[in-house]
Design a protein around this ligand. Sequence first.
Ligand SMILES: NC(=O)c1ccc[n+]([C@@H]2O[C@H](COP(=O)([O-])OP(=O)(O)OC[C@H]3O[C@@H](n4cnc5c(N)ncnc54)[C@H](O)[C@@H]3O)[C@@H](O)[C@H]2O)c1
Length: 338
Amino acid sequence: MARIGLMGCGTVATYGHLPAIAETAGLTLAAVYDPSAIAVAAAAARYGVHGFTDAAAFFAAGLDAITITSPAPVHRQNVADAARRGVHILCEKPLGTDEDEIAGMIRTAADAGVQLYTAFDYRFSPVSQSIKHLVESRAVGDVRALRLIYIWNCHGKYATVDGQRVLQARRAARMDEGGPLVDCGVHQIDLARWWTGSEVVRWSAAGAWVDAFTAPDHLFLHLDHANGAHTLVEISYSYGHTATEPSAHFSYELIGTEGVIRFDREARLFEVRSTRGTETLPVAPEKNFAGMYAALASALAHGGSDVLPTGADGLAATRLARAATEAVMAGRLLTVQK
Ligand SMILES: NC(=O)c1ccc[n+]([C@@H]2O[C@H](COP(=O)([O-])OP(=O)(O)OC[C@H]3O[C@@H](n4cnc5c(N)ncnc54)[C@H](O)[C@@H]3O)[C@@H](O)[C@H]2O)c1
């Protein structure tokens, strides 16, 4: 039984990682850490484990691996703390804040001989797994074009605190860390690389400022893959960000020489339309933490994994997302012709 520690008892830990670790055969949640005493106490009480606000004491609990669910700017420190103690790592996306930082994290893990994985949980959704199988079995022939869309309000522009309308700090923090492509779009970039099995050899990007952050909050990213396929990623954190009844759109379309694979989360539609007719497939959420932890349990038992996304996968996605966002910012038209 592998002993798992978790660093960062916030939102994604609470709804995703902690329940999944607790229910995964072969893993036991041994300890949780957070510099916030309130956050750590809640997680520790809920799962009946020791909670620490001191990192050295946390690692002294005797851990085989840690999950990092802290904010991106502190991932590097968390990785360094685990690696020098020989503890394996599953780290949330974005793996780090920029290319140099992530490359350093990969080196740190490799030098220490510990496994480092990126928590691209979207890969483990039954929908994503089915798409991978459909692409590999050529259900729609050669996949030539992909449209991956996730446009939403990132919890909205405003929150209500003590009856007062205030700016939503969570959305602002994600925008300050790079915006929707760096924060969320890395999942879509990863899926495009993984589904096509083909590296991105050229890209271009355009974007818009719907709200007033430094980074663009609505982006269009075009990726040319080495095998000739082309991916469009459209991503937004300001789609209905001030609306009282916002809606979101999350979809995958893979267009092949023999048909189309289509997943539309809001329409609860997952189908393949091909020369063989139309097949409707079971819909599932786009995230799957339990599937990711089953893969981690196997990786820890067998000393490695060819299923879990690697540090290199995390680097590839963040490097591209960051470069594209910076290119859009550099090319911003400050005066618009009317
Ligand atoms: N894969 C997904 O689907 C998904 C979804 C949401 C967030 N995320 C990612 O997960 C990470 C956390 O996001 P969140 O929304 O849960 O954030 P959050 O702000 O809700 O939680 C982060 C927690 O980390 C704690 N923390 C701060 N400094 C720390 C440190 N040095 N070491 C350990 N913990 C520390 C905070 O006190 C807080 O409790 C981010 O990298 C984010 O991009 C991934």
